[in-house]
Design a protein around this ligand. Structure first.
Ligand code: 9Z3
Length: 344
């Protein structure tokens, strides 16, 4: 995909990094979420992203009337140093997000793809991480490069879908690397998406850090060997931003979050807990071990809708996202209907 941006989220932000004048605890009594934004600087490139998202949302609200989904994808990092050599990462290749984005596009949505920079992307995912090198898809013939005929048919299918999305201007790629960049960009995008009202959908598949190192305590330079021979890292809990998203950043939108567990006995309990805590509309529960073959859709009435690939589907390499997305879209249609009826 063409790279039109002038920044990389994986590079440290020297301009806005540490401000040692910022107090660890503000005087005023504010919610943790607000406190976070008061004490952490926004990424310097945010105005550039604001202009892109604003234009994209306006285009679809005014010209195409497409519903707009914000898909988050990939893991956020927590830097341990300002000039970042070491960081803590969250597991996610970006498969769920990139694959889901393709099915949303196929189903007529415009997609803002908020992703970990250099993780899987819609369409290119079919070729970027599947061999040692993308050149494996090429052959030389008569002094020219050609697509290996073995892959040509399947690549044509993907190419057509990719070109259609480009032509319709229905896919906007927005990167993040750190949890700070993610939170600032999510808040910005959700506020800009208010224009789309209930036509906006949030599909939060990114694996977001639960703990982080506040900028007021972050060393500027690479941490050196410690006399104790140990490195003790004292992390704070990342504020529960989902509550703010539901309450005030995007109150008219439908919000879907993912719950990732490794212990099957607590998956449903934790999914219901998330719905009770944040009051959003849908949690998709999945286990790390089986996430490509089964997920459970949990709604506030505690109904559980399991989506599973059967053996034939597994054999045919059916992607589970091709079943998840129509179910989510159905829920979104109900949400829009109810919202429209309420606001007549
Ligand atoms: C997920 O559960 C995603 O489905 C996966 C996708 C990260 C498992 P891959 O990208 O993996 O296909 O390799 N995402 C949500 C993960 C998460 O951090 N959820 C939080 C939680 O479970 C809530 S926001 O507490």
């Amino acid at each position: 995909m063409p790279n039109t941006k002038n920044y990389h989220t994986s590079q440290p932000d020297y301009e806005t990094a540490i401000d040692r004048n910022v107090p660890d605890f503000p005087v005023a009594e504010v919610l943790d979420e607000d406190k976070y934004f008061q004490n952490h600087e926004p990424p310097s490139y945010l105005p550039e992203i604001e202009a892109q998202i604003d234009k994209f949302v306006d285009f679809h609200c005014q010209q195409t009337q497409k519903k707009v989904v914000l898909v988050t994808s990939g893991g956020t990092t927590v830097p341990l140093e300002n000039n970042t050599v070491r960081f803590i990462d969250n597991f996610s290749a970006g498969t769920r997000g990139a694959t889901s984005a393709e099915y949303f596009l196929e189903n007529g949505y415009a997609v803002i793809f908020l992703h970990r920079e250099f993780s899987l992307l819609p369409y290119s995912r079919h070729y970027s991480h599947t061999t040692n090198c993308f050149l494996d898809y090429m052959v030389e013939k008569d002094n020219k490069v050609e697509i290996n005929p073995e892959f040509a048919d399947s690549m044509l299918v993907v190419l057509r879908k990719y070109m259609a999305a480009q032509k319709a201007n229905s896919l906007l790629l927005v990167p993040f690397t750190t949890v700070n960049q993610y939170l600032y960009t999510l808040r910005l995008a959700s506020q800009l998406l208010q224009k789309a009202q209930s036509d906006a959908l949030f599909y939060l598949a990114a694996a977001v850090s639960d703990f982080f190192l506040p900028s007021s305590r972050m060393p500027n330079h690479k941490i050196q060997a410690q006399p104790s021979g140990k490195l003790v890292v004292d992390l704070e809990q990342v504020p529960k931003f989902l509550r703010r998203l539901v309450d005030s950043w995007a109150p008219q939108a439908m919000i879907v979050s993912f719950k990732l567990e490794t212990d099957s006995s607590i998956l449903i309990k934790k999914s219901v807990q998330a719905l009770n805590r944040y009051h959003h509309q849908l949690v998709i529960g999945n286990l790390l071990q089986t996430r490509k073959n089964e997920v459970v859709l949990v709604t506030p009435d505690e109904a559980q809708n399991w989506i599973r690939l059967d053996d034939t589907q597994k054999h045919q390499n059916v992607e589970i996202e091709s079943l998840i997305i129509p179910a989510v879209i159905q829920e979104h249609e109900n949400w829009v209907k109810n919202w429209t009826a309420k606001n007549k």
